[in-house]
Design a protein around this ligand. Structure first.
Ligand code: CTP
Length: 404
């Protein structure tokens, strides 16, 4: 079978990073670095107050471009920096957004370059508030934020925690890493809007007695990343999860289960209305025939467990009279291509995603191989959320192709 390496076509998103006056401005340097790392083209614009906290020289050095700070910049030939800059942007991100700047946005003020280009924009505006907790809770601030949300501005954060002033509460700017992820999510094309996706994730737990059970080393990270990536594409996501230590992605409908039998019941309840079923869970193939309701005592010298097969959830869904678009996963320890392709055919799947278990379990990174009728191709090693985004875009295109 022919195996190819997928070319990653990464569209360049152009973003204005607006920095206003607040101690969190120091985080803007790291944020800029992360946005550029995600292949974004970033133009920095700073208010005068921001320049008291971090220098334009730092931001110019990191972005490789002059930083705009002045509405009356004589180097701009047509003296219309606010129009030129906002027309050349796909989005504007204000991070940190001070209380003063949020108030300006809420009231449509335009008395410096950054506020003027926000008013003149024809692209989305994202703000990441950062301020003292009392300022954040102030009724005027809450009114202003509510106004921004009503105006269609996307508000990221703030976070709860210890503040630069030593007080503790809501008002910290989100960390640069989180903001960079949120901005990347914002730019994902809404290929699956209005579609329902059912994802299973994590291990299952098959009880032996009241306190012991059989499980496996699946962390659930890949399934949760896929649920997150599907949400970013605009889908409605139900995430059926075995026991994990992970928080459900915001916006997903989460259903927690323990055993394969419970997972099967939940999948059967939801599968009728779903468009795509992605079976990432490491479902136990066997369960204990008669688990003991009480803890088994060690006074018994030999214990033999009788195991009986669990239902194959994915095979059941794929063989329904009108199945959703089904995607399977296979973690193999050897002969990946042979085993994965054999699994794909036996379960009658349009797409099976294979990986080597020893490369994936518990790790934040992975490498995936996609097996389809047309052959197989590799999604090269990357962190699981990056891979999940690539995979979900691929699934969205395949789903559209199959349903046309
Ligand atoms: N799967 C499932 N229900 C099961 C077993 C597996 O839905 N009882 C799904 C998994 O979520 C995965 C795919 O089937 O998408 C392949 O799982 P895997 O355990 O690798 O394959 P098996 O068919 O169980 O084969 P084997 O364990 O022999 O490798």
């Amino acid at each position: 079978m022919e195996q190819t390496q997928t070319k990653r076509i990464v569209p360049v998103n152009r973003i204005i990073l607006g920095i206003t006056g607040g101690i969190a401005a120091y985080k803007a340097a790291e944020l800029l670095r992360l946005l550029i790392k995600q292949s974004m083209e970033v133009q920095v614009v700073m208010t005068e107050a921001a320049c008291h906290f971090i220098t334009p020289t730092t931001m110019q050095g990191l972005s490789g471009k002059p930083v705009f700070t002045d509405q009356w910049d004589a180097s701009v030939p047509n003296s219309m920096a606010h129009i030129n800059l906002s027309r050349a942007a796909d989005a504007i991100l204000i991070a940190p957004a001070s209380a003063d700047f949020i108030a300006k946005l809420a009231h449509g003020l335009a008395n410096d370059l950054l506020s003027t280009l926000c008013l003149a924009r024809n692209c989305p505006l994202i703000v990441a508030p950062a301020m003292n907790r009392e300022m954040w809770l102030n009724a005027a601030m809450q009114r202003n934020i509510a106004q921004l949300i009503a105006d269609g501005v996307q508000v990221l954060g703030p976070d709860n925690g210890v503040q630069a002033c030593g007080e503790e509460g809501m008002g910290r700017m989100l960390e640069a890493e989180q903001l960079a992820q949120d901005v990347l999510a914002f730019f994902q094309p809404k290929l699956l809007s209005g579609k329902k996706i059912l994802v299973t994730a994590g291990p299952t737990y098959e009880a032996i007695d009241a306190v012991r059970g059989i499980t496996n080393r699946s962390s659930g990270k890949m399934g949760y990343a896929i649920a997150q990536a599907a949400l970013e594409l605009g889908a409605e996501v139900t995430l059926v999860s075995g026991p994990t230590a992970l928080a459900k992605p915001q916006g997903a409908q989460g259903v927690d289960v323990q055993s394969a039998a419970q997972m099967f019941e939940v999948v059967k309840q939801h599968v009728g209305s779903c468009d795509i079923f992605i079976s990432v869970a490491a479902v136990a193939d066997y369960r204990v025939a008669q688990p003991s309701a009480q803890k088994i005592k060690k006074s018994v010298s030999n214990v033999a467990l009788e195991l009986v097969p669990n239902p194959d959830i994915l095979a059941y869904v794929a063989s329904l009279p009108k199945p959703p678009f089904c995607v399977g996963f296979a973690a193999e320890s050897e002969n990946l291509a042979e085993h994965a392709e054999q699994k794909r055919r036996s379960k009658k799947l349009p797409l099976l995603v294979g990986n080597l278990a020893q490369h994936a379990i518990g790790s934040d990174d992975n490498e995936l191989v996609l097996f389809e009728d047309s052959g197989s191709h590799i999604l090269p090693r990357a962190n699981k959320l990056t891979l999940a985004r690539q995979l979900m875009q691929h699934i969205a295109h395949r789903y559209k192709g199959a349903s046309n």
